[in-house]
Design a protein around this ligand. Structure first.
Ligand SMILES: Cc1cc2nc3c(=O)[nH]c(=O)nc-3n(C[C@H](O)[C@H](O)[C@H](O)COP(=O)(O)OP(=O)(O)OC[C@H]3O[C@@H](n4cnc5c(N)ncnc54)[C@H](O)[C@@H]3O)c2cc1C
Length: 433
């Protein structure tokens, strides 16, 4: 008999998992419930999207589904390195050996949804938008969703499942239910940096396409911009969450002054309209999540950010979420679709890498300190060059390992533990001063 899988969350991990399950030989029937509306039916909402970098890990996971990598490549921008800009307009290049692919999160989800619905019909796949998961009953194996009927009305829908997947992001409602189960532990921490998105129209700035552009201001403030396929730019301005310098801005003049002080290059091309939009855009904070297990009983599993939300500093969260999906699929192979065994093994085997990922992302980059940042840059370039010349004797750089390989995160943490510990000490000192 077909196994009914209910996936909560139509984000990157939930939709990719649907692809994987529906392509298996076993008979899976998939229902996806998403609290937001269908991204295919609305214009790209700028406040809810941000650029995502898909690296080798993500590509490897996508490549198991026919056609996805090709579509990803055709809808994203290829990047071959990062350019660090200093205040005088000089740049430092950090090249990559392999390209990465940049696109908006919403575009990525649309691409995954369109390919999914093109392949499967309602016999095996149903997707319900505007349905928010509110209550999960693990004993009865049911979920209650509140469904938006119209602007002022919602109704409750109860759904049963054989397997429930919590792919509902960092503030997961499914994970919330785990708290009522025995021996479940979760650590939730705020990343010390918060961010605001920024969008610049096409042709306002002569930044080299094909690179991630980074600026470091003072006091832990930084900006990242990348091109979009239409030539415009999007990115984020990051700043310490505590004593946040832009919290009390109330005029566009203050915004312009902030950019002039911190990022003169961006200030020169910041249109008045974007200064205004930036002022009104909400400040977003980010949490990290570490759980002691990702499954419950024989029928519930957390994946993606719901299981291990991480700081975006290394650009790994989505890639790691895609890895989760491919990893779970392998476990289903290994245990002949015995769900209870596969989800228990997922907890056991994925946890070391998920915890290592959070640790690496928290502490890979110094928040402040010119010398430490210089050391970071020198280490990176030396490792790249030495590995290129003597691959047998020198391991790839930290960056290559995280983005250009599928080496498990726990192994990378082991190789680079001294550097990570050093940055962690420096960052803690900076934040507590
Ligand atoms: C600024 C920023 C930059 C980033 N850059 C990168 C990058 O370059 N590379 C990278 O790999 N990662 C990056 N990340 C991380 C990446 O966005 C996440 O890791 C990825 O989106 C996780 O996918 P997910 O599907 O697990 O969760 P999400 O993307 O959070 O999706 C969860 C979905 O569940 C839905 N949902 C939530 N609650 C409910 C509910 N109760 N009921 C029904 N539906 C619900 C949400 O609406 C959402 O659609 C970045 C993150 C941020 C914030």
């Amino acid at each position: 008999m077909a196994k009914k899988v209910v996936i909560v969350g139509a984000g990157p991990s939930g939709v990719l998992l649907a692809h994987y399950l529906l392509q298996r030989d076993q008979d899976y029937q998939v229902e996806i419930y998403e609290r937001r509306n269908d991204p295919r039916s609305i214009s790209l909402s700028k406040s809810r999207t941000f650029p995502l970098v898909i690296n080798q890990r993500g590509i490897t996971a996508l490549s198991n589904i026919k056609g996805l990598v090709e579509i990803l490549k055709s809808t994203s921008l290829e990047s071959i390195g990062s350019l660090n800009h200093d205040k005088n307009g000089k740049t430092q290049l950090i090249p990559r050996n392999q390209p990465i692919y940049i696109l908006d999160r919403t575009q990525l989800v649309i691409m995954l949804l369109e390919t999914l619905t093109a392949k499967y019909n309602s016999d095996r796949l149903n997707i319900y938008f505007d349905n928010q998961c509110n209550v999960v009953d693990f004993e009865a194996k049911t979920v209650i969703f509140s469904k938006v009927v119209n602007a002022d009305d919602t109704t409750n829908v109860t759904v049963n499942y054989d397997l429930l997947i919590g792919a509902d992001g960092a503030r997961s409602q499914v994970r919330e239910q785990f708290l009522s189960t025995d021996q479940f532990e979760v650590e939730q921490k705020y990343v010390p940096l918060a961010y605001k998105s920024i969008f610049l129209p096409a042709n306002v700035i002569s930044l080299k396409p094909g690179y991630i552009h980074n600026w470091r201001g003072s006091d832990g403030i930084a900006a990242i911009l990348v091109h979009r396929t239409d030539g415009s730019l999007s990115g984020t301005v990051n700043f310490p969450r505590e004593n946040n310098p832009i919290e009390n801005f109330s005029t566009t003049e203050e915004v312009s002054q902030f950019f002039s002080d911190q990022f003169p290059e961006i200030a020169q091309i910041l249109p008045e309209s974007e200064a205004e939009a930036f002022l009104n855009r909400p400040i977003s904070s980010i949490i990290t999540i570490r759980c002691n297990r990702y499954h419950h009983g024989d029928s519930v599993l957390l994946i993606g950010d719901a299981a291990h939300a991480t700081s975006p500093s290394l650009g790994q969260g989505c890639n790691a979420s895609f890895e989760d999906v491919a990893f779970f699929d392998k476990l289903l192979d290994e245990y002949s679709d015995d769900i209870a065994k596969a989800i228990a093994q997922f907890s056991l085997r994925r946890k070391p890498d998920a915890h290592a990922l959070v640790e690496l992302s928290d502490n890979a980059y110094p928040l402040s300190g010119k010398l430490l940042f210089l050391e970071f840059f020198i280490r990176l370039r030396f490792a790249q060059i030495l590995h290129q010349l003597f691959p047998k004797y020198f391991s790839p750089s930290f960056w290559q390992l995280t983005s250009e390989s599928t080496v498990p995160y726990s192994e990378i943490l082991n190789i680079y533990k001294n550097w990570i510990a050093k940055v962690k000490r420096a960052n803690e000192k900076f934040l507590h001063n």
